[in-house]
Each structure stands twice: as structure tokens, then as C-alpha cells.
Design a binder for this molecule. Sequence first.
Ligand code: GDP
Length: 480
Amino acid sequence: FIESSKSQKAEVDKFLGGLLASGIEEQSCLSRYQSALYRKASSRSPSPYLLKRLRKYEELHKKCGPNSDLYNRTVNQLKPGQSSPGITECNYVVWISYSGLGNRILTLASTFLYALLTNRVLLIDRGVDMTVLFCEPFPWSSWLLPLDFPVSQFKSFDINSPESYGNMLKNKVISKGLAGALLPSYMYLHLGHDYGEHDKLFFCEDDQNLLQKIPWLVLRSDNYFAPSLFLIPNYEGELHQLFPEKDTVFHHLGRYLLHPSNSVWGLITRYYHAYLSKADEKLGIQIRVFESESGPFQHVLDQVLACTIKQSILPEISKNESMIITAADHRSKAVLITSLSTGYFKMIRNMYWEHPSKTGDIIGVYQPSHEEHQQTEKQIHNMKAWAEMYLLSLTDVLVTSAWSTFGYVAQGLGGLKPWILVKPENRTVPNPPCLLAMSMEPCFHAPPFYDCRTKRGVDTGALVPHVTHCEDMSWGLKLV
Ligand code: GDP
């Protein structure tokens, strides 16, 4: 961006169309105030009702947040020997930090949506790195679950935990007719990809009615479960008002909730100014290979080139080596590649160094890191991963890999419909190599296929027009 327009632009839309509230100290979270300088203004406006609900949520969070009187009172219900709470003024959903960073970002957005729908306060388990990666999103009160939270075993909750809603139903510890006073004061919601049929009843209306009586819900998931919330009758009306444009759920909630910490913002902005800002066009290519060996694989390189050249995203190379171009009359393209390995980047960079492009475009190819393999528990590794997702979201055109939540985060934050590299079978280039996404929304990889009314299986991707199967995973569900 041009320095002189910096303050002017910041004035224009620092708060992203009213999505962000004022009241958070600027120095504590620079990205929150500066993102508008790096991103094109979104063409999709949040609905006035969403803005109203966010402000109302912020008030609720202030009233019920950690260390407030109401928090202390409600948390007391969790201590042994306390009687059942009945109706409480503050109710909570506790998000457990679990899985890769892309997955975590998607589950956070889904859980926050659930909190909005059910008037619960979202508190997050800080895991090993949440405070290093993200700013506090709400003014006045923290979203971090206090360290002395009495249900200390929540980190080991899994599909077998007797505290889970699914297991309590299965073992008949609870039943749907039970009065609030006979219900436990907390319950674990197991919504991970491996969840069972009883856990999946979470997505049914009657079950939601029961869960509303429980002050503390502790949720663990690795999936973007928002699309299935749109199929629960209790929430249909509210969701329609919040999101008249159904394909913007993650776009708005992600930009509301997820602000890179100052140290991650440093990674993002330094990289952006050094390698991307001056180009006429920015292209992001996210290469995620789900193979047991690390690669690079020839078929993946061939696929990336087949896609980008066929769609005129990247120019063909010319064999006319004597074609000499000058910077003055040619466009420059910065290609940001993210990948765990370095091979694809080197090959594409060399291709455009060794040969001129047919269009004369000047192609610069950059890759911030090559971490070789996933290291979910390491802080600097996840800081780089978050910075790269964010940098991808700042590009003009995006190519992503099928099945990858890393790419979903970039497309959603950027408001971009990406070209999705189709998942290769038998290590061959798929035909077509890539598909244009229907919407910028992430895909829910493990949705339930159950009709709560008839108690039979149903194709949940065929019930309403705005929840359909994903381009990259035939059984997945996405909002369009
Ligand atoms: P998904 O597995 O592609 O759905 O994405 P996740 O983000 O949930 O998990 C993949 C993890 O592997 C990331 O969080 C990173 O830790 C790492 N990773 C995968 N691809 C990249 C990449 O291109 N760059 C970096 N820095 N890390 C990556």
C-alpha cells in the first residue's frame, strides 16, 4: 500500500464495516486495527443484525466473563458437593484446543457461532500456543478459560469419556424428559471426526433443547460443523437473520474473532512488504499433500502447473530465450507458495527464471517456510503456519489443496473463491486438475447423515439449497 494513504485508509474501514467494536487498546493487537491496510475491502457486508448480535454478545461476555461475580457463581456449580443449578444467568461453552491450526481456527468459528445461537459465553482452553497466536477478540473481558477451572480433566476428554453427551445418552445416565435440576452442571460434547451416533444427536432439535438446560458445555472438535447448525430447526430463523448471505459465515466470524498476535503480525507484515506488496497481482498457491512420504511429487507439480496455466492464472513459458522484457511495460506477479516441502517452489521459481513468460509478465516466486512435517505442538511452527494462512488470504487469486483446512482458513478470511486442486488418486494428475469453488466457505468433513424427525438416514446435503456437498469431498457439507 502507499504510505501516504495509510492513515486515510485506516479511517475509512478500520472496523470492517462495523464488524469490530472499538474499545480494545490498539497496541495490544495491531492486526485488529491494521488489517484493513492490507486487505481489499470485503465486497460482502455483515448484516445489521449480525452487528447487533455481536455487540450484545460482547456485553454478555463482559457480564459473565472470567472473574466476574456471575462467572464465579456459575463455576461454583462445578465444584463437588454443589446442588444442581437449575436456571443460571450465565451459560458457557468451553472450546478445547485440539488438532492442527487450520482445524482449530474452523472449530473456534463454529463454536462461537454456537455460542451466539445459544446465548452462551465462549471461553477457550489456551492449549500450548493460543495466547502466542491470537489476540483477545472481545473488549473488556478475556476469552481465556481461567487456569483454575475446576473440571481439570477436560484435556483428556475423548470419544470414550463417560461425561460426553453421547455416552450419557447411550448409558441412559440422562434422558430427554429429564428436568434441569436432575441434569449435570457440565457436559462434554464430543464433535471430533470420530464421533459416534449418539454424539451426533447434538445436531437434533430435541437434543438442543436438553443441552440448553446445562450451564457448562465443554466442546472438542476438529471440524467446521457450522453447516449442520443450519439444519437444526431451532436455529433456522436466527441464522437467516444473522447471515442473509449464507456463504459468508466463516468470512465474517473469522475476521471478527481471529486476529494474529503482535508477533505473528510482525511475521505477516515483514513478509508482505518484502515480497508481495509491490507486485501488480498476487497469487497464492497452497500445496498440501496427504501422502505418507513427504515428496515433492512430480504429479503434484504437474497438477499445479496444469491448473494454473489452463486457467490462465500463471502464464506459459516461452522457448524464445532471447525475448527480453523491461519492467516498465510489463506486469509483475508475486506468487506466494506455501508447502511443507520446498521442492515445488524451487521448480516453479526456476521455470520462470530459466525461461521468459509468453505474456512477458514478470513472475516472482516466494515461499516463507518449509517446515517439512506437521509439528502441532511447537509454537514458532504454528506462528509460521498462521502467518502463511493469513498471507495467502491477502492474495488476489488463490489456488488451494483439496481437503485442507489450512486453505479453507485462507479463502474464508480473504473472501476468495479458490481454485481447488482436486485430490489426486494413484499419484496421477486428475482431470480436470482443479475446480473453482462454489463458495468461500470451509467444508465440514464429517457431517451427520441423520434425519432427527424420522430417525433414519438422510442425505443432509440435499435438504436445503444453502447446505450442499463440497467440491473437494463428496460426503462433506458446505454453505453456499
Ligand atoms: P490441514 O491438515 O491441511 O487441514 O491443516 P491444519 O492447519 O489443521 O494442519 C496442518 C498443519 O501442518 C498446520 O497447522 C501446520 O502446522 C502444518 N502445515 C501444513 N502445511 C503447511 C504450510 O504450507 N506451511 C506451514 N508453515 N505449515 C504447514
